[in-house]
Each structure stands twice: as C-alpha cells, then as structure tokens.
Design a protein around this ligand. Structure first.
Ligand SMILES: [Zn+2]
Length: 319
C-alpha cells in the first residue's frame, strides 16, 4: 500500500502573500509516490547529472535488484546514491526522510524531535538523528553562498541569544551570535569569545571582501574596525533610516529565531546552537519564495561525511 496516498489530486493554495505558500502533501506525493521514486531522484542528481563518482563517466547504469545501489558498466563498480549523504546507511524508508524534510520546510518555526518521533512513528533516537541530519543538509546547501559584493552593503550586529542549556553551572546562560544580511539572505556565526580577530574572521567567512560593512552597534563596530584591515566599516546610529530593509531583516531574523528556540526547543546546547541557526537561516532567507523551500532542500545531496560535518562546524563557530 502506498504510504502517503490520501486519494485526492495535487493542489497548491496560491495566495498573493508569498511567505504563506508552501508545498502540499499532494504535490509531494505526486513527485515522490514511492521509495524508489526518492532513490531515482537522488540517482539522477548524484550520478546522471554529475557523472560516476569513481570514473566520471555518464550513462550505462543499472539498478541492482532489491538493493539501493546501481551498477556502473563503464567502471564495474556498485554505487548507492545515498552513500555519504544525509541518508547514509539509513534503514528508515527514504520516503519518510523526504516527508520529514517537507515538514521542516513547511513549518513556520521548525520541528522538535518529539514531533518527528510521534508523527513518523520512529524511535526517539532515530528522530533525533533524522532532525540533526536534515539540519546538516540545510547547513551544507547554503555554505558557499557569500553575502554582499562591490557596492552591496552588509549589515552586521552581535546579538545575545538565550536560552542556552547550561552544561556547567554558571556557564553559557546565553550565546553571542553574529547576524549579518545583505537584503536577500541572512548568515550567522556563533562567537565563543568576543575577540576582534575571531569576529573579523567570522565576518570574512560570510561576507564578500569588497562589501561595505554597516552597523548600528558600538561594540560590534569596536570589534570590527581595525586600521590594518581593508574592510570599509561604517557606524551609524540610525541605520533604520539609511537602510530600512537591512535593519528589518536582521531584527526580523533574530525575533524569528528566538521564537523558534523558545517554542520548539526550550533552549539548545551551546555547541549545537549553530545547527539550529542554519535551519532558521535556510527557511528565513527563502521566505519570499517559500513554495520553493522544499524543492531547494532536495535539489542537491551534498557529501556529509564526519569530516565534512566538522568542517561545517568550524565555519560556523569562531573563538
Ligand atoms: Zn563509473
């Protein structure tokens, strides 16, 4: 029996409020009616479009019966499209993973693992791992996108984020997060120590070197301005009048993230905070085209080996 067939045709409610759109369950079911459809989708993206990971050749593949693998006749190797991705080694049906991704992109403020555990009928640990892997996927997809550019200002501020779960008494009641945006997307970095070098490196990793940098926060300005640096940094107490969109986007994101943290998670640990920020960034930066968020999440399947995950963490926590 089909897993998600509710028996009515695909439909999308088209509202003029772009951020209110989404991807309906029936649209999802039309694209991914079975586990095999999900596997074929990944196969097309990873092996047909990009070529064989071993020999680089195109074409001449066939599916190995009863397995999630394909045989490449040019180099005689067996390959699975799920290997080294967020779905590496999973025993959970692929359609359930895709369904969880649909929920992550359609929800306003994210999901807790308890919801996924109840809703998909999977064990608590599996739900925990599934949520974490989906957040890694979101982090990897947007990792190479850089803010700003020549004559394209980037607004930046350091903000305090709480509640952060305390692991040692007296430590980490809140976290310091650098929030930056250029009007189209938001990028964040967790700052462990407010040392000027760490803050500058954090901004360098997210913003184009030619971008004019603006802030309305004296301490952020103090940490970033440096006579030896080539950054053009400008402090202005009334940024709202100068760049209303940039100001609103930063504050909008902070409000959005704090609500997500408090309602869905009741606080997260300091070393995992960056992953939750990536999830919020992924949805928030696409809110003007929210009907595409799900399709963006399944449009590519980046490599997520433990090494790659550590690399992502290093690019999002400084200090
Ligand atoms: Zn090959």
């Amino acid at each position: 029996m089909a897993l998600l067939d509710l028996g009515y045709p695909a439909h999308e409610y088209k509202t003029t409020r772009k951020s209110y759109r989404g991807t309906s369950l029936q649209q999802f079911y039309e694209a991914f009616p079975t586990d095999d459809a999900c596997l074929d989708h990944m196969f097309r993206i990873r092996f047909l479009k990009d070529g064989c990971p071993k020999c680089g050749g195109f074409g001449d593949w066939y599916r190995l019966e009863g397995l999630r693998s394909f045989h490449h006749q040019l180099c005689h190797s067996n390959r699975s499209p799920t290997a080294d991705t967020l779905l590496n080694g999973t025993r959970i049906p692929l359609q359930l993973w895709f369904y969880a991704m649909l929920h992550f992109t359609n929800s306003s403020h994210g999901l807790s693992r308890t919801f996924i555990h109840r809703h998909l009928g999977i064990a608590q640990y599996n739900a925990f791992r599934m949520c974490r892997q989906i957040r890694y996927q979101m982090a990897a997809l947007d990792d190479s996108a850089i803010l700003g550019g020549h004559d394209r200002p980037v607004f930046v501020r350091l903000e305090k984020v709480s509640p952060i779960v305390r692991q040692t008494k007296g430590k980490h009641a809140y976290a310091r997060v650098m929030i930056a945006n250029d009007g189209s997307a938001v990028r964040t970095v967790v700052i462990t120590k407010s040392n000027p070098n760490f803050v500058r490196d954090a901004l360098r990793s997210k913003a184009h070197p030619d971008s004019p940098i603006v802030t309305d926060c004296t301490s952020t300005f103090g940490l970033l301005s440096d006579s030896t640096s080539k950054w053009k940094i400008r402090y202005h107490p009334r940024i709202l009048e100068l760049y209303p969109e940039l100001w609103q986007q930063n504050y909008g994101f902070l409000k959005y993230f704090l609500l997500m943290l408090r309602t869905q998670h009741k606080g997260v640990s300091h070393h995992r905070l960056w992953l939750y920020l990536k999830e919020a960034e992924f949805r928030y930066s696409r809110r003007q085209r929210s009907h595409e968020t799900f399709w963006d999440l399944v449009a590519q399947f980046p490599i997520l080996t433990p090494e790659r995950k550590r690399g992502l963490e290093r690019r999002n926590i400084f200090g």
